[in-house]
Design a protein around this ligand. Structure first.
Ligand code: ATP
Ligand code: MG
Length: 208
């Protein structure tokens, strides 16, 4: 008998996508034997920090570039095709319809996102549809007791994975780009070139 087919669902702003994102998706893929990981850029882009964000189609284009060399990584624009806001519970329900009951869905997220889970819309629906692959992130402690105390419904529906612990964030990349500092070796070279070509994340402040 063959095992259930497992699909990872990895949501994020990806503004821009970086090696921290790719590394935790790969960690979850290998640890859980995921057949594929869908990368799902979120529709709305609240401005974070000083530097302006990329447009949704630019964030999607960067996800495509970043996923190009991993056949198991599949960009998916379903949240961008729907009017915002997109709730994870709705996205997972649509994916459950698409894949059918034979596929086990695993929602991939970092420890910082997991700490906020109990505030997410319809978290019970999320946990009914998908299991969670929670991957460690530097600076964010998460233990089983704290997680299950904050969100009892999560019990038996998640795994905690260590991950490589890359201390990278899109916020820091945007700040570096705005300040003219290097980002090479922090994200795929194809994505870095795209950012340069599209003149993304540049500071609007005039010099001096
Ligand atoms: P921003 O600084 O704009 O919030 P970010 O780097 O946190 O960007 P998001 O798009 O907000 O990236 O995150 C998408 C998902 O990836 C979240 O579940 C987040 O926890 C996870 N994640 C992002 N970076 C890392 C990292 N370096 N290690 C582990 N998880 C990460
Ligand atoms: Mg974030």
């Amino acid at each position: 008998m063959s095992e259930a087919r497992r699909v990872g669902v990895y949501g994020g702003t990806f503004d821009p996508i970086h090696f921290g994102h790719l590394a935790i998706a790969e960690e979850a893929r290998v640890a859980l034997g995921l057949h594929q990981v869908l990368f799902v850029p979120a529709a709305h882009q609240p401005l974070k920090g000083a530097a302006a964000g990329a447009r949704p189609e630019q964030r999607l284009a960067m996800v495509h570039l970043a996923c190009a060399d991993n056949p198991a990584f599949v960009p998916d624009d379903l949240e961008l095709r729907r009017p915002p806001p997109s709730y994870t519970a709705d996205t997972l329900a649509l994916l459950q319809q698409r894949f059918g009951p034979a596929v086990e869905l695993w929602f991939v997220l970092g420890a910082d996102a997991a700490r906020d889970l109990q505030r997410w819309r319809r978290v019970a629906a999320i946990l009914a549809i998908a299991r969670l692959a929670i991957v460690g992130r530097p600076g964010y402690q998460l233990d089983r007791d704290a997680l299950e105390a904050a969100l009892p419904a999560v019990s038996g529906r998640y795994v905690l994975l260590d991950g490589p612990g890359l201390d990278l964030s899109s916020t820091v990349l945007r700040q570096r780009l705005a300040a003219g500092r290097p980002v090479r070796y922090l994200l795929p070279e194809t994505v870095r070139r795209y950012i340069t070509e599209q003149q993304l994340y540049r500071s609007d402040e005039p010099d001096g």
